[in-house]
Design a protein around this ligand. Structure first.
Ligand SMILES: [Zn+2]
Length: 79
């Protein structure tokens, strides 16, 4: 085993620290990326103005068609 000089020790310490930071960054960005599709699929609640039917639509649209009477209604509340 060869002895390391001071600059080599500092370099090894720096590389070890940077690889830990890089691994943590990679881990958290991949975790956030995996969660993204689930957050996009939140339901939008619609209440029909004609018949009072309450229904949900997973599409991000300003107006949705009522399943009972076919009238177009605006988004009431989204999560
Ligand atoms: Zn309706």
């Amino acid at each position: 085993m060869m002895p390391l000089t001071l600059p080599e020790w500092m370099l090894a310490f720096l590389v070890a620290n940077l690889s830990v930071v890089f691994a943590a960054t990679l881990y958290y960005s991949l975790r956030r990326y995996r969660r993204m599709p689930r957050r996009r699929a939140v339901p939008f609640i619609f209440r029909c103005a004609a018949c009072g039917h309450v229904y949900v639509d997973h599409r991000n649209v300003p107006m949705s068609e009522c399943g009972k009477c076919g009238a177009m209604n605006e988004n009431v509340k989204s999560f």
